[in-house]
Design a protein around this ligand. Structure first.
Ligand code: ADP
Ligand code: ZN
Length: 763
C-alpha cells in the first residue's frame, strides 16, 4: 500500500490528475504546407500527450512520407474512422502565437492558399528546416569562489591547464565551453575532468540569444525637435497608441517632409508603453542607411531581410522569438515576426507594389498589417508621399485617421518640374538621342556648378527589342512570348522573364534580310551615349545587371554620397527614398514605360514613380530641378506629377475608377490558367469563365466576369497562359463567388490555376 505523508501531497497529485484529464484531447488538428485549406486529424499517442499543444510543429505521416505539420487545435471527437498517429512533437513551446495562428487562417480563406502554406511562410527557411534552435554548451563554477581558490593551488602543479580554466571562470559568471577552451588553452577533455570533479557545471542554452543586431554599435542620436506638422502627427499617433486599440493612420508627407522622424518618435512611445513595433519598408529601400537611422535611436533592433544569409536570418528570428527585440525592420515577410506584445506597425512607402507577394500565399503585407493589428489591438501607420488610392479612399471616408505633412523640412521647396515633348526631338535625318537638347544643356549647367545628377530609365539592357526592318519580324524568346533585349556587354540577347540568353542574330530569322536592328534604348545604351557626351565626368549605372554582388548597392550609394560619382543612371531602384543633398538635377528619360501597360493602375504607378524620383532632388541647400521626357505630355498622370498635385491626381483617377468599379470602389481577383498545351488551357478557360458567368447572374450587375483571354504575356517558360478577371462591387461578393466556385477553379495536371485576390500585376 502506498502511504502519503500528508494531505497536501495527496491534493497535489489529485490536481495533477484532474488537469491531465481536462487537457487531454484525443486528436490534434494539423495543417500541412500544401495548397489545401484543410485540417487533418491525427491521434495523439500517450508518449506525445504531454508535449502536444496548439501552435507547435509536429512530425506526421502523410501519403507515405513523414512531413512537418502545424498543430492548430485539439479535439476529443473525430469523424475520421482510422486516424494516423503523430510521430513526434517538435517544439517544447509554441512557435506561433494565437494571433499569428488566427492571421494564417484568415489568409488561407482570403487569399485561397493552404493554411499550412500560410504558416510556413511565417518562418524563415532556416528556422523551418532546422527542427530545434541551435544550442551552445555553457559552463560556470558550481562551487563558491573560496572553495575553488583552495583547490586551485594544488591543481596548479598537477594540472596547470585545468587550473587556468578555473582562473578564467573565477572572473566570469558564465561562458561558452568553446570560448573557455580558447581563452584558457585547456582542451575539452580537461574541461570535462573539472566537471567530473564537481567543480563546474555545464548546460545547453539556445545559441541565438544574442542576435546580430546587438553587435554593431552605431552612434546614438537624440530625437529632433519636430516641426509643427510633425508634432501634430506625433501627438495623434501617440494618443492612438495610448488608447491601446486597433486603429489605422494614413500619413501622407511630401518627399523630404520628415516622415521617418515621426516613425522614430512614435516607436519610442511604443517602447515606453512596454510594447514592440514592426517597420516594413520595400525591399529596395531596406538599405544600411535606413537601418542606421533606426539603430541610432534604439538598441534592440532585429532586421529581417532577404539579403541576409540563412543563418543570419535564423539568428534574428530566434532573437525576436526569445524576446530580445523591441523593433523589427524588414521587407514584406517581417510582418509575421514572432513578437508577443505588438503595439505598432509602420508601413513605409505603403503604395509600393513590392508589398504584394507574387507567389503563393499571394498576400499584400500592407492590407494584412491591418488584420494583424486588429488581432493584436495595435496601431498601423501607413506612410507615403503618394498613398495608394485604396488607402487615400479609406482615409477620406474616415475609416483611417488622415495626417498630412505638406512642407519639406527647413522650408525647402519642392523642385521645379519641366516636361520635354520628345515628339519634337525626333526630326528627320538627325540621329536619335535618348537625351533631349534641353536635358543635355541642363546637365552641363548642373555639373559645372558641382551638382550631382540622377537619371531614371526604367529599362535594362541595350535595346528594348530587335526587329527586322524589311519584314517587321520581332525577335522573341522561344519559351516565353516576350521580345528579347540586346545586352551589349554580354553580347547576347536576353529574355527578361526566364533569363535565357542566346547569341545575337546577324540576319532576320524570318526573311534572312541582314537589316535586323535594335530599337529603343535601355540603360546600357544610354550609358554609352552619356559617356560619349560627358567624357570627363564619372557615371555609374545601377540596374539589376550591374548590381548583382552582395553589398553592391551599398558600395554604389556610398560612392555617390561621397561625391565620387557625378551622374547616377539607373532603373527604378534609384527612385526610392534616397537622401542625397547634393543632387540638383533629376532627369526622367522616358515617362512612358509604364503608362502604356495593360493595367488599370498604370496611371497611378506613373504618377507615383515620377513623384518619387522628383523627390530625390532639392533636398540640400541648392535648389532642385526635374526634367521629364515624354511622348505623352498631355497625360494627366504626368501633368499632376509635374505640379506636385497629389489631390488633383487622386480626384481625377478616382473618377475613372468609379465609372468602371475598379478598386478602391470594387475589388477584383485574377484567375490565371496555364499549361503546356494551348488548346487545353483555352478550353478550360472558356469552360471556367462560362461557369463563373452563370454563377454571377445572381448578383445582377454587381459581379462581372472579364475574359477569358490570353494573358498579355501569353507564354512563360513553355507554359501558355490565359486569364479571367472577376470583378465585384465589394469584397463580400468577390469572396462569395470565389468561395462557391473553389472546387471548379482548382486546377488539374494539364491546366494549373492560380487565384490572385487583389491582383497587382496583370501581365
Ligand atoms: P521623408 O521620409 O518624408 O522623405 P525624411 O524622414 O528622409 O523625409 O527627412 C528628410 C530630412 O530631414 C532628413 O535628413 C531628416 O534627418 C531631416 N529632418 C526630419 N525631421 C527633422 C526635424 N524636425 N528637424 C530637422 N531635421 C529634420
Ligand atoms: Zn524566356
Amino acid at each position: 500500500m502506498i502511504g502519503f505523508s500528508n494531505i497536501n501531497e495527496l491534493l497535489i497529485i489529485f490536481a495533477v490528475i484532474c488537469l491531465y484529464v481536462m487537457t487531454y484531447a484525443g486528436f490534434a488538428e494539423i495543417v500541412l504546407a500544401l495548397p489545401l485549406n484543410k485540417k487533418f486529424h491525427y491521434s495523439i499517442p500517450q508518449s506525445c500527450s504531454h508535449q502536444i499543444g496548439v501552435g507547435k510543429r509536429v512530425k506526421v505521416p502523410f501519403s507515405g512520407r513523414i512531413i512537418i505539420g502545424y498543430c492548430v487545435g485539439l479535439t476529443d471527437v473525430s469523424d475520421i474512422e482510422k486516424t494516423k498517429e503523430i510521430i513526434q512533437v517538435i517544439d517544447a513551446k509554441p512557435i506561433f502565437t494565437p494571433q499569428l495562428l488566427a492571421i494564417s487562417k484568415w489568409m488561407a480563406n482570403f487569399y485561397f492558399c493552404g493554411w499550412g502554406e500560410a504558416l510556413e511562410s511565417f518562418l524563415p527557411s532556416a528556422v523551418r528546416s532546422r527542427l530545434h534552435p541551435k544550442t551552445v554548451s555553457v559552463i560556470r563554477l558550481s562551487k563558491d569562489a573560496a572553495f575553488v581558490t583552495d583547490v586551485l593551488d594544488t591543481l596548479k602543479k598537477r594540472a596547470p591547464r585545468q587550473a587556468s580554466a578555473l582562473e578564467v571562470l573565477l572572473q566570469e559568471e558564465e561562458m561558452t565551453v568553446r570560448e573557455l577552451s580558447r581563452v584558457s588553452e585547456c582542451n575539452l577533455q580537461s574541461i570535462y575532468k573539472l566537471r567530473d570533479r564537481g567543480l563546474v557545471s555545464l548546460r545547453n542554452r539556445p545559441a541565438d540569444n544574442n542576435p546580430s543586431f546587438t553587435s554593431k554599435r552605431v552612434k546614438k542620436t537624440d530625437h529632433l525637435g519636430p516641426t509643427k506638422e510633425q508634432q501634430d502627427a506625433i501627438q495623434l499617433i501617440k494618443k492612438r497608441l495610448r488608447g491601446g486599440r486597433y486603429r489605422t493612420i494614413l500619413l501622407r508627407g511630401v518627399t523630404g517632409s520628415g516622415k521617418t522622424e515621426v516613425y522614430l518618435q512614435v516607436i519610442a512611445e511604443t517602447i515606453a508603453l512596454g510594447k514592440q513595433a514592426i517597420v516594413l519598408v520595400p525591399e529596395i529601400s531596406l538599405t544600411p542607411q535606413t537601418i542606421e537611422r533606426f539603430k541610432s535611436r534604439f538598441d534592440k533592433i532585429a532586421v529581417l531581410h532577404s539579403s541576409l544569409t540563412e543563418t543570419e536570418r535564423s539568428k534574428e528570428w530566434w532573437g525576436i522569438k526569445n524576446g530580445n527585440a523591441d523593433i523589427v525592420i524588414g521587407a514584406r515577410s517581417a510582418l509575421f515576426a514572432p513578437l508577443d506584445n505588438l503595439g505598432l506597425i509602420v508601413i513605409d512607402e505603403e503604395h509600393e507594389n513590392s508589398f504584394k507577394q507574387d507567389s503563393s500565399p499571394r498576400y499584400n503585407a500592407r492590407d494584412l498589417s491591418l488584420v494583424r493589428a486588429k488581432y493584436e489591438n495595435a496601431v498601423v501607420v501607413l506612410g507615403s508621399a503618394t498613398p495608394s488610392l485604396e488607402s487615400y479612399h479609406n482615409a477620406t471616408l474616415g475609416r483611417y485617421d488622415y495626417l498630412v505633412l505638406n512642407s519639406r523640412i527647413g522650408d525647402k521647396v519642392l523642385p521645379k518640374v519641366q516636361l520635354v515633348d520628345m515628339r519634337n526631338e525626333v526630326q528627320r535625318g538627325k540621329k536619335y538621342s535618348s537625351i533631349s537638347k534641353f536635358l543635355e544643356l541642363s546637365m552641363k549647367r548642373s555639373l559645372s556648378q558641382k551638382g550631382q545628377i540622377i537619371l531614371l530609365l526604367n529599362r535594362r539592357g541595350f535595346s528594348s527589342f530587335i526587329s527586322c526592318r524589311r519584314c517587321g519580324f520581332v525577335l522573341t524568346c522561344k519559351k516565353c512570348d516576350i521580345s528579347l533585349t540586346y545586352h551589349k556587354k554580354r553580347n547576347a540577347v536576353v529574355c527578361h522573364y526566364c533569363y535565357h540568353e542566346s547569341s545575337v542574330p546577324t540576319e532576320c530569322p524570318e526573311c534572312t534580310c541582314p537589316k535586323i536592328n535594335f530599337f529603343g534604348s535601355g540603360t546600357e545604351r544610354v550609358e554609352e551615349e552619356i559617356k560619349a557626351k560627358f567624357p570627363s565626368y564619372e557615371l555609374l549605372r545601377m540596374d539589376s545587371d550591374t548590381m548583382r554582388g552582395h553589398g553592391a548597392h551599398e558600395t554604389a550609394f556610398s560612392a555617390f554620397k561621397r561625391g565620387d560619382i557625378d551622374i547616377l543612371l539607373g532603373t527604378q531602384m534609384i527612385a526610392k527614398g534616397l537622401d542625397f543633398p547634393n543632387v540638383t538635377l533629376v532627369g526622367v528619360l522616358s515617362a512612358d514605360t509604364i503608362i502604356n501597360l495593360p493595367d488599370f493602375r498604370a496611371s497611378e504607378r506613373t504618377f507615383q514613380l515620377l513623384s518619387q524620383v522628383a523627390g530625390r532632388t532639392g533636398r540640400g541647400s541648392k535648389e532642385g530641378q526635374v526634367i521629364i521626357q515624354t511622348y505623352n505630355p498631355e497625360h494627366y498622370s504626368i501633368i499632376f506629377a509635374a505640379s506636385h498635385d497629389y489631390d488633383g491626381f487622386a480626384k481625377k483617377e478616382l473618377e475613372y475608377r468609379k465609372q468602371l468599379y475598379y478598386p478602391p470602389y470594387g475589388r477584383l481577383a485574377r484567375i490565371v490558367l496555364r499549361g503546356k498545351k494551348e488548346e487545353d488551357v483555352k478550353k478550360r478557360s472558356v469552360e471556367l469563365a462560362e461557369q463563373l458567368k452563370e454563377r454571377s447572374i445572381a448578383y445582377k450587375k454587381a459581379v462581372e466576369i472579364l475574359g477569358p483571354s490570353p494573358a498579355p504575356v501569353t507564354k512563360i517558360k513553355d507554359n501558355y497562359r490565359w486569364h479571367i478577371v472577376v470583378k465585384a462591387n465589394n469584397i463580400e461578393y468577390l469572396q462569395q463567388i470565389l468561395q462557391s466556385m473553389k472546387d471548379e477553379i482548382r486546377g488539374s495536371k494539364r491546366v494549373q490555376t492560380v487565384i490572385d485576390v487583389d491582383a497587382y500585376l496583370m501581365l
